[in-house]
Design a binder for this molecule. Structure first.
Ligand SMILES: [Zn+2]
Length: 410
C-alpha cells in the first residue's frame, strides 16, 4: 500500500509559530480560553486557513470550522482539537491536534490530493476549563450535556468576566446552524499528545486510541472532634486527619488489589479547622478512579461503600461526586487509523485515553477516533511538555493516510 507524507518542516514551523501566542519565555505558554493570546492564535489559524483557500466559519459558541470542499456532495470529515491551554501549560496539548489537522489539510490542498468528502479543520472553544469551568465546555454544549445559557453565565476563575461576555467581545460568535451535527458531518478525528508515559516507555510511535476510560469520583468525609493540641492526651482524641490518613492508605491497599491497570488518586484534601494547635475535626478528600472496564469501577464503588463507618472514633461518610462511562470510539475509523499506521511502518499500540477529550462527547453524535503521539517523560499541563518534530510529523502522517482511506471507503 502506498502512503502519503505531510511535511515535517511545515509541521515544525506551525508548532513554533503558535508557541508565540501566550509565550512565557520558559518554553511554555499561558493561553487561557478567549484571552488575548488565544484570540491571536485563532486569528493566525484563520489567516492560514484562508490563505489555503479554506472557508472559515464559527458557530454560536465560537467553535471554528475551516472547510475545504470535496469533489462530491457528501458529509464532511472533521478533525481538530483545542487552542487554549492551562495556566503554565505547554505547546502541544490541544494545539498539536489543530495544527496536525491543518498540516494534513495543507498537504491535501497543496499536493492536489482529491478527496470526495469535504474536509473541516475544527477548533473547540474552552476545552481546558482553566478560565471558565467546566472543561470541554463547548463540546458539552453541542452534545447537550449542559445548556448554552448556563455556560454563558459562568464567571471566569479569579475574575469577573462571564464566558458569554468574553465570547461576545471575541468577535467569534457565529451562526448556531454551523454547529457540528450528524447531517453535515460523518467522521471526527482528533490527534493529541498522549499526556502519559506509556508510548515513550514502550518505545512506540503511535497510540491508536480505542476509547476514553470510565471514571468514578467520590468525596470521602471523616468527622471527629476538635480539641487542644497541648491538653488532649492522644488516647482521648478523635482526630479526623489521622482517620483520613488510615482510610487513604487502606484504599491504596484495597484498590491496588483490584486490577493492575486501575488508576486512582487522592488529589484534593480539606482539613478543618486547619490550625496547627488544634486537633482536626473534619477532613474531606477526593478519590478519582479510572478504568476501561466498568465492572472494575463497580468494584471500586463496592470498596468505598464497605469502608468502616467508624475510624479511630471518627464518623466516615462519602458522596459520589460525578462519573462517566467508558467511551468506545468507532471501530471502522479505528481500523483506518490502525491500517494507516501499519502502512507507514510505525510501531504502535491500541490504548485507551486516561484523560478526557472533546472526542468523547463527539463520539455520542458522530463516529470518532483519536490518534496519540508520545509525550516526553509522560508530562503534560506543564511548560516542559514536549513531543519531537519527528513524532509530530508521524502523527500528522497517520491522520493524512487515515483520511484518505476513510474517503475511499465511506
Ligand atoms: Zn487537550
Amino acid at each position: 500500500m502506498s502512503t502519503y507524507q505531510t511535511s515535517k518542516d511545515r509541521m515544525a514551523e506551525k508548532i513554533a509559530a503558535f508557541s508565540k501566542f501566550g509565550d512565557l519565555g520558559n518554553g511554555g505558554i499561558t493561553r487561557l480560553s478567549l484571552s488575548e493570546p488565544a484570540l491571536a492564535a485563532r486569528a493566525e489559524l484563520k489567516r492560514r486557513c484562508e490563505a489555503l483557500g479554506m472557508t472559515v466559519t464559527s458557530d454560536d459558541i465560537g467553535n471554528i470550522y475551516a472547510t475545504w470542499p470535496g469533489t462530491e456532495d457528501l458529509p464532511r470529515f472533521v478533525m481538530g482539537s483545542h487552542l487554549d491551554s492551562v495556566r503554565s501549560g505547554g505547546n502541544y496539548d490541544g494545539v498539536y491536534g489543530v495544527l496536525s489537522s491543518l498540516e494534513a489539510a495543507e498537504t491535501i490542498i497543496t499536493d492536489g490530493i482529491k478527496l470526495r468528502h469535504p474536509l473541516t479543520v475544527m477548533v473547540w472553544t474552552n476545552e481546558e476549563g482553566a478560565r471558565f469551568e467546566p472543561a470541554m465546555m463547548s463540546s458539552g454544549i453541542v452534545m447537550g450535556k449542559w445548556t448554552k445559557e448556563k455556560m454563558f453565565a459562568v464567571v471566569e476563575t479569579g475574575g469577573t468576566v462571564t464566558f458569554g461576555e468574553a465570547l461576545e467581545a471575541s468577535g467569534w460568535i457565529g451562526d448556531g446552524k454551523n454547529r457540528l451535527n450528524p447531517q453535515d458531518y460523518c467522521a471526527y478525528f482528533e490527534p493529541h499528545i498522549e499526556q502519559g508515559p506509556v508510548l515513550e516507555e514502550e518505545g512506540l510511535q503511535i497510540g491508536v486510541v480505542e476509547g476514553v476510560v470510565g471514571m468514578v469520583n467520590y468525596d470521602i468525609i471523616l468527622e471527629g472532634v476538635s480539641s487542644h493540641a497541648g491538653t488532649t492526651p492522644q488516647h482521648y482524641r478523635k482526630d479526623a486527619l489521622r482517620a483520613a490518613s488510615k482510610t487513604i492508605l487502606d484504599l491504596w491497599d484495597k484498590l491496588g488489589a483490584i486490577a493492575p491497570d486501575l488508576v486512582f488518586t487522592t488529589g484534593e484534601i480539606h482539613v478543618k479547622p486547619n490550625i496547627h494547635t488544634v486537633v482536626p475535626n473534619y477532613v474531606k478528600f477526593s478519590l478519582d478512579a479510572r478504568h476501561r472496564d466498568m465492572a472494575v469501577l463497580a468494584q471500586v464503588v463496592k470498596v468505598i461503600e464497605e469502608l468502616p463507618k467508624d475510624v479511630y472514633g471518627c464518623k466516615l461518610s462519602y458522596e459520589e461526586h460525578w462519573g462517566r462511562k467508558t467511551i468506545e470510539f468507532d471501530a471502522q475509523l479505528l481500523g483506518f487509523v490502525e491500517e494507516a499506521t501499519k502502512a507507514l511502518g510505525y510501531s504502535y499500540k491500541k490504548m485507551y485515553s486516561g484523560a478526557g477529550h472533546d472526542a468523547q462527547y463527539v463520539s455520542e453524535m458522530l463516529p470518532a477516533v483519536m490518534i496519540f503521539i508520545p509525550s516526553k517523560d509522560g508530562l503534560s499541563h506543564t511548560v516542559v511538555e514536549y513531543s519531537s518534530p519527528e513524532q509530530c510529523h508521524e502523527g500528522a502522517n497517520v491522520l493524512l493516510n487515515a483520511l484518505i482511506a476513510a474517503d475511499a471507503a465511506l
